[in-house]
Design a protein around this ligand. Structure first.
Ligand code: BJ8
Length: 429
């Protein structure tokens, strides 16, 4: 990475702690990513983006700010990115995937709390994340209780705005959430000083739709047997979707998707009778650099072909589509509908998620499902039981994994995953 020390200093970054953080990332990346064989050439761009994670992109944010632009940080896929882009602001996903400053965090939050929440608080308290420190506004939501209450605490350290997400999806909830989106539009207009017009909203929708369409192409390519991309590489692309420049990112994802289509065609023409073990991961999101479970699964010989995660399909599964003839209110309506199609376990009932998992198992020729939840995440750990029962009834192998960001359970997880994969493989013979 280039020399960005001055920039980090100007953001108030704790340079000593930051140095420690940055020196831990390259060896981990080497082990998890660069050691894979036969990676698509198109991954070079994403490797570069990660190698510059606190460098070039942060510099772009600073230039944007120097020109009067604003940066908005988010933690959830229910926050409409289209609106942020429509106001000429930059939207960055902030969810942390790493334990950091736990001692400090546990002075303001309980110990028994999901690792994702503790992580974002740790990043803020230790001042090591230049994205966090660049944000003019942090947008929280009322999805789960942990996040909802943690945002009150976070508000003591950063300007936080909370969007109220409903808990159900009835007509009244839909109307309610549409009003929340109007309220969010007003807030974004207020902090950016830019009015969101019909034309700018249309452009925001088109930009983010194009990104989602490109990501869907990656997912489509993974239906091929063998899948032309590892689950880890796909996850990395999905993670970078939350902070890279949307237009450049879309271009690079489309290039990668072209390459994957070619690879799939070549593999099909060689009639490779592969015995690929195809795995779906479903559950809580995996923010950078939380690659623990995918690395265990793929280094045990299986391939992840579908991620029913917010760092995956939930983020890009639905496209708003043609907005050429839509007026402002119709576009807000379309944004609301797209968002309420997302099946987060924070909603009740949430049958559609379970049906979707079953349907995608068939579509992606999945051999086994891993339900992944962070410890102390009630919505996902509770929903896992129902999902497990339905999958068992359907004759689909499933395993539930509950973990956190520590490395202490790696050996135990590996043993369980290997046993699961062996069972799946025998069943496949
Ligand atoms: S739409 S999954 S990004 S809320 S893991 S903080 S739920 S206790 S992250 Fe999420 Fe939005 Fe839903 Fe997706 Fe709470 Fe669970 Fe922690 Fe979670």
């Amino acid at each position: 990475m280039g020399n960005y020390e001055q920039m980090w200093e100007s953001l108030g970054i704790n340079l000593e702690a930051h140095e420690k953080l940055l020196s831990a990332l390259p060896p981990l990346y080497q082990e998890v990513y660069l050691s894979q064989s036969d990676r698509p050439k198109g991954m070079e761009y994403f490797d570069f983006v990660v190698s510059e994670i606190h460098g070039l992109r942060v510099k772009e944010l600073q230039e944007h700010k120097k020109n009067g632009g604003k940066v908005v940080g988010t933690f959830c896929v229910y926050v409409p990115e289209e609106v942020v882009v429509a106001a000429n602001a930059i939207c960055v996903g902030l969810c942390g995937g790493l334990d950091i400053a736990l001692d400090e965090v546990e002075k303001v939050l309980p110990r028994n709390l999901c690792a994702l929440i503790k992580s974002f608080m740790g990043f803020k308290l230790s001042k090591v994340c230049p994205y966090f420190e660049s944000c003019d506004l942090i947008v929280g939501e009322t999805t789960c209780d942990g996040k909802k209450k943690a945002f009150e605490v976070l508000n003591e350290y950063a300007p936080v705005y909370v969007m109220e997400t409903p808990q159900m999806k009835r007509d009244i909830d839909y109307e309610f959430f549409k009003n929340e989106i109007y309220r969010f539009i007003e807030k974004i207009e207020e902090i950016t000083g830019n009015e969101i017009t019909e034309e700018s909203l249309r452009n925001g929708i088109r930009t983010i739709d194009a990104k989602r369409k490109a990501l869907k192409r990656i997912s489509e390519a993974r239906k091929n047997v063998p899948s032309p991309i590892s689950g880890k590489d796909a996850l990395l692309v999905y993670q970078i979707a939350f902070y890279d420049d949307p237009e450049r990112f879309t271009l690079k994802v489309n290039e990668l998707a072209d390459e994957l289509d070619k690879r799939a065609k070549i593999a099909a023409s060689t009639k490779d009778d592969t015995q690929e073990i195809r795995i779906m991961i479903t559950g809580t999101p995996m923010a950078i650099p939380n690659w623990k479970l995918p690395h265990i699964v793929e280094s045990s010989g299986a391939r992840i072909v579908y991620d029913e995660l917010c760092t995956g399909e939930r983020y890009f599964q639905d496209i708003i589509g043609d907005v050429d003839d839509k007026n402002f209110d119709e576009m807000v309506d379309a944004i609301t509908k797209r968002l309420l199609e997302i099946d987060c376990a924070c909603f009740t009932p949430n049958e559609k998620r379970i049906q979707k998992v079953v349907q995608k198992v068939k579509e992606y020729k999945v051999d086994g499902v891993i339900h992944y939840s962070l410890q102390f995440c009630d919505p996902y750990t509770i929903e896992a039981f129902k999902l497990e029962n339905v999958l068992k009834e359907e004759g689909i192998p499933v395993i539930k994994i509950e973990t956190d960001y520590s490395q202490e359970d790696i050996g135990q997880l590996k043993t369980r995953i290997e046993a699961f994969l062996e069972m799946v493989s025998e069943r496949k013979q």
